[in-house]
Design a protein around this ligand. Sequence first.
Ligand code: PLP
Length: 457
Amino acid sequence: MMPGKILYFSTNGNAPPVNFSEALLKGLAPDNGLYMPDHIPVLSYETWVNLSGKSYPEIAFTIVRNFLEGEITDSELHQLTLDAYNFEVPLEKVYDRKYIMRLDQGPTASFKDFAARMMGRLMQYFLQRQNRKMLILTATSGDTGSAIASAFYGLDNIEVVILFPEKEVTPRQRKQMTTLKKNIKTISLQGKFDDCQALVKQAFMDQELAHLELSSANSINIGRLIPQSIYYFYAWTQLASVKDAEPVVFSVPSGNFGNMMGGLLAKRMGLPVRKFVIATNENDEVPVYWRTGYYNTIIPSRNCISSAMNVGHPSNMARVIALYGGIMDEKGNITREPDIRQMRKDIYAVSISDNETTTILKETYRQYGVLLEPHGAAGWAGLKQYLKDQPSDNDPEQLAICLETANPAKFPEEIRNLLGIEPELPPSMEGLDLSEESYDKLNNDYAQFRDYLKDRY
Ligand SMILES: *Cc1c(COP(=O)(O)O)cnc(C)c1O
């Protein structure tokens, strides 16, 4: 049942609710909170059964359409999902009914493609309709920048400027951004990632640049969250007995908890999930919270080999807390307690050390011939830990799916060191090493950066 159109409220509670397109184009709410749907549509039994055997874009259409009712036509949303999801989503059996879902076949070989491609196309659609243009400014230490660059490449009404620290990105990461061109400009900054972020922040507050309609397209945008619930449905329709509403265990390697939030939304929409396993690396603030009820951020975050998960205060934590009836501010203070008993019932949280991560990575390769990279390996280690802790679920018949969030070829040194093999490049990365790059170089100087933007846009 759908009790009326979904509006999006701010987790800080001091901004008016807005419709989907406004939440998408604003990104952050005016009170610095994150947008959340005011209710979550529950899919009927018939809708699920009908999802069985459907293609990924068709499932995407069925899910996403509920969240932006009346704001886009069915035919346009259909087209958009076909355009966004034109790659495979392999499900690989490891043993019994335990699987790896590979979310690494998109253009930048990272699961971030799933969210970024949909968000980019939705933004293009609404900007065109409102006859507006937007300039996306993003600072990156590697992966987010390439996913954004690739997802927005060639879109109308959107220009993109990406700043990266010249010495902190790998050549492959750099090439994923700098070989695109068209509406994507990249800047190599003589500085660190934090300097890139500081310049971007300053630009957002600069009245002289207000006419450029700057937007950040970062991971807290609601337009990235909703698409991250689709692959949970997809995996389930492919592997579970849909008619019996067979419950599944999902394991999610987590950093900022966007991926996890997508799963929680799917569960609220009616997906039969027995348990979510959240695997963090040594940044264990969330597993500690689960255990003790006390939330303490880790600043600075700890450096682990699953580097995209080096997060000491996940930006989506406020949303997880909101979903369970609590309130958390930007700094991580909980001002209204969530239903932590229910959170513990739904989710098992575990921290995986680097040592455990590399051990598991070697073990799954040697024992099953399944190649993981450090993030997926942490997820797999989390699942193993859960099955050990929950003997009742450690049953050959229990369906369990671990999300692999990047392609092993993105971590060639680690794979070489641990396994002595050279990971095969996915099709999206072939030829990258030979493509011609184009990027600008700037000093770490705000005035120079501002002039750069004013001259070009
Ligand atoms: C971003 C990222 C993660 C963490 O995802 P969150 O949604 O931030 O929890 C995990 N693995 C890889 C490879 C990533 O790039």
